[in-house]
Design a protein around this ligand. Structure first.
Ligand code: SF4
Ligand code: ZN
Ligand code: ZN
Length: 283
């Protein structure tokens, strides 16, 4: 198969067009650019690096656009996995000429290894610490490496588990609310699928941890993601349409949400005490 734009051999196909390596990179950066332009992203960005392929690809792409970037990593304290992730995030920063800031979850007294099902605790802690880091470092945004596959899987999981009212994170951009110390959130690789992020990372020889978190091994969301990708192969564009639908639903739901300030830490909360402070109290 030949590239749609030149005569070279194609390495990937997306939405009915085949791409050679050079034009695939252009396609990838164009998708990132479309998020940047649509939401007029300008100013300092705290970039969350998990050590995985998606956030590595996201950081590398943002660096191409010459943003003021502050990369950081949250070490989750999970066996061999967390250290490996930190090492890969450090390698990437060295390669691109940045220092990596590291936040250790254990410094907040939270040990994920104590929990049989740590994922929701991990999610709460990561969301809180990402926002806090960006806020305290005067960043206008926090950028995460959530891609199209992640967004749709997460939303579908909320539907399947009956959590439709807990329906957040479906949009590529979430506005700031500084009264509640909430920094704007952006997902620069929102329009790109798992496979495309992997390909971008491989072409650019980016360091990333290939290991999955040991707690992800039996997660139903992995099966769900595989199933969604199979469906996408049969119906190209399905993931994007689903993401847009979930995005619209979230906009409707968010109109009804009331925010408070946590009486312990002063950051945003839906109740009197935020989930993160409740978590620390239990530990
Ligand atoms: Fe955290 Fe691992 Fe669960 Fe992902 S799979 S949410 S990294 S504990
Ligand atoms: Zn080409
Ligand atoms: Zn709090």
């Amino acid at each position: 198969m030949k590239c749609y734009y030149c005569n070279k051999e194609a390495i990937e196909e997306a939405y009915g067009k085949a791409y050679c390596e050079e034009h695939f990179i252009k396609y990838f950066l164009g998708k990132v650019r479309s998020v940047i332009d649509k939401f007029n992203i300008r100013g300092k960005i705290a970039v969350a690096l998990s050590g995985g392929k998606d956030s590595s690809a996201c950081f590398h792409a943002l660096n191409k656009f010459k943003f003021d970037l502050l990369p950081f990593h949250i070490n989750l304290g999970i066996k061999y996995y967390s250290n490996k992730c930190q090492v890969e995030a450090e390698k990437l920063c060295n390669l691109l000429g940045y220092d990596l800031e590291v936040i250790y979850l254990e410094e907040y007294g939270i040990d994920l290894e104590k929990y049989e099902k740590p994922c929701s605790i991990c999610g709460t802690a990561k969301r809180y610490l990402m926002n806090k880091f960006a806020y305290e470092n005067n960043c206008k945004y926090v950028a995460t490496g959530h891609n199209l596959s992640d967004v749709v899987t997460f939303a579908m999981n909320n539907v399947i588990t009956g959590n439709i009212l807990n329906f957040r994170g479906n949009k590529p951009f979430l506005e700031e609310n500084l009264e509640y110390k909430l920094v704007a959130k952006v997902k620069p690789i929102y329009y790109l699928k798992d496979k495309e992020c992997m390909l971008y990372a491989m072409i650019n020889e980016l360091p990333y941890a290939e290991e999955e978190c040991p707690h992800a091994e039996n997660a139903p969301t992995l099966r769900l993601k595989r199933w969604l990708h199979e469906m996408e192969t049969e119906m190209p564009g399905m993931l994007l349409n689903m993401a847009r639908s979930f995005w619209r639903i979230e906009e409707k739901i968010r109109e009804e949400v009331n925010l408070n300030k946590c009486i312990k830490c002063g950051y945003a909360s839906y109740g009197k005490i935020c989930k993160f402070c409740k978590l620390r109290k239990k530990c």
